[in-house]
Ligand binder design. Structure first.
Ligand SMILES: [Zn+2]
Length: 151
């Protein structure tokens, strides 16, 4: 089911999200809803708090692939890239954000199995943006030159 996206100003976007401890039907249906929602809105990613759920769950939807990240944590972050970002919770805006150019994360899938992922470039940017949401951080906190986007 496509869910409504919480917009900036809503306090849920500022809460630190809780770790997932139950890997069952509820988590699977949350991830299914997040997939439908991120595709429907043509987003590069979506974090659970953006649909009002205070859990450490993220989906990433980029050219490199589609990823479901449960309880993601950084192992390391390297380098630097500067680029434009937008957010489904900050409609009609974009801003310039400095991010690491390469990251390694650990995460779990919907079954609780553990994985690691090394990401670079845009995928690394998308991961950093979405993981920030899990700690109540919105890209506009870090961005310079927040402006109206063209689309
Ligand atoms: Zn966002």
């Amino acid at each position: 089911m496509v869910r409504d996206i919480v917009q900036i100003g809503n306090p849920i976007l500022r809460k630190k999200c809780e770790k997932v401890t139950e890997f069952g039907k509820e988590l699977s249906s949350l991830l299914d809803d997040m997939k439908e929602t991120v595709i429907a809105y043509d987003g590069a990613g979506l974090a659970a708090p953006q649909i009002g759920v205070n859990l450490r769950v993220v989906v990433i939807n980029v050219d490199e692939g589609y990823f479901e990240l449960v309880n993601p944590v950084f192992v390391w972050q390297k380098g630097e890239q500067i680029g434009a970002e937008g957010c489904l919770s900050v409609r009609g805006k974009q801003g310039t954000v400095v991010r690491p150019s390469k990251v390694k994360i650990l995460f779990q899938d919907r079954n609780g199995d553990k994985f690691s992922l090394v990401a670079r470039d845009f995928l690394a940017r998308a991961i950093c943006h979405e993981l920030d949401h899990l700690d109540g951080i919105i890209y506009t906190d870090k961005a310079t030159n927040v402006r109206n986007s063209e689309d």
